[in-house]
Design a binder for this molecule. Structure first.
Ligand code: SF4
Length: 286
């Protein structure tokens, strides 16, 4: 009897059979570009949430990994991951963690990775995802590709959810709350609902949902997040959160203020002017 209770409790916190499919990890919001329609509102967050502490990121990953069989794929992104001052430490941890099977680093390639980082990324489990930002990164795309070929590093070009180098307009800071019916419709079609994201100790449905409330000023619900740093963090809750993605149960409060991939196609990487960016920085720093 006692043994069964123990087994049940253990299964709530640990599941050594679960191969967790995918996790996006945000290393910080500081970016080398200031995109007008950044779906994650990076220009608004970049001064306050520039870089998350590397030890915290690693500890969050350890908290997840010790509870499961393995993590099949992790994607590092920012902001821009290569800006992180401790990128080497984060990559070294991932390189040596046998339970992380594959790692993609998403980059806009404005900042080319240093040789010490390239030396780690040469390992088979890593690859680079180069995103298309039109004129903003046209030249650097070629430079990075050359560097990756020279160093025999896996890479691929990313063409976004529409697969045609356009972005989906997710909505801006002032996008009003949608009705429940519209939200469900958009959510069902949303290509980002599979982008389970870890940011600063919390996991949410996508990389917008972890931080949108800070800018759009809505109050998120506790069920919008799984708290990785909580002593009661359980693999059961995380699996349930992941499994809910396919139904309307997966909707988080951020979805009410977001068009997902239904908001129409827009040009990728359109940059804020200097004065627009300064205006945003002034607003968030008051
Ligand atoms: S609709 Fe929801 S899941 Fe899709 S991008 Fe928006 S916040 Fe994320």
């Amino acid at each position: 009897m006692l043994h069964n209770i123990y087994k049940k409790i253990k299964h709530h916190f640990y599941d050594y059979a679960w191969e967790m499919p995918n996790l996006i990890v945000i290393s910080g919001q500081k970016c080398t570009l200031h995109c007008k329609n950044c779906s994650n509102f990076s220009p608004y967050h970049s001064s306050r949430l520039d870089f998350y502490n590397a030890d915290d990121i690693i500890q969050d990953l350890k908290n997840i990994i010790k509870r499961i069989k393995c993590l099949l794929h992790i994607q590092l992104q920012g902001g821009d991951f290569f800006l992180h001052p401790n990128a080497y430490k984060i990559l070294s941890y991932i390189a040596n963690e046998d339970k992380i099977m594959n790692c993609t680093i998403a980059t806009n390639c404005i900042l080319l990775p240093k040789q010490e980082l390239l030396d780690i990324i040469k390992q088979q489990k890593f690859s680079i995802r180069i995103s298309y930002y039109g004129a903003a990164n046209e030249k650097n795309k070629d430079k990075l590709e050359k560097l990756l070929i020279e160093n025999k590093i896996n890479y691929r070009f990313h063409h976004y959810a529409n697969q045609d180098n356009t972005w989906s307009y997710c909505g801006g800071v002032k996008t009003p709350k949608q009705t429940k019916i519209s939200t469900i419709e958009n959510y069902e079609k949303c290509g980002f609902k599979v982008c389970l994201t870890l940011e600063n100790g919390i996991i949410s449905r996508c990389s917008r949902a972890t931080v949108a409330h800070l800018v759009q000023k809505f109050i998120p619900a506790p069920k919008d997040f799984v708290y990785v740093r909580n002593k009661l963090f359980s693999v059961h809750d995380l699996k349930k959160f992941w499994n809910n993605r396919k139904s309307s149960k997966g909707i988080v409060t951020a979805c009410y203020y977001c068009y997902g991939t239904s908001g129409g196609k827009i040009i990728p990487g359109e940059q804020l002017t200097r004065s627009e960016y300064i205006e945003i920085r002034k607003k968030v720093n008051v």
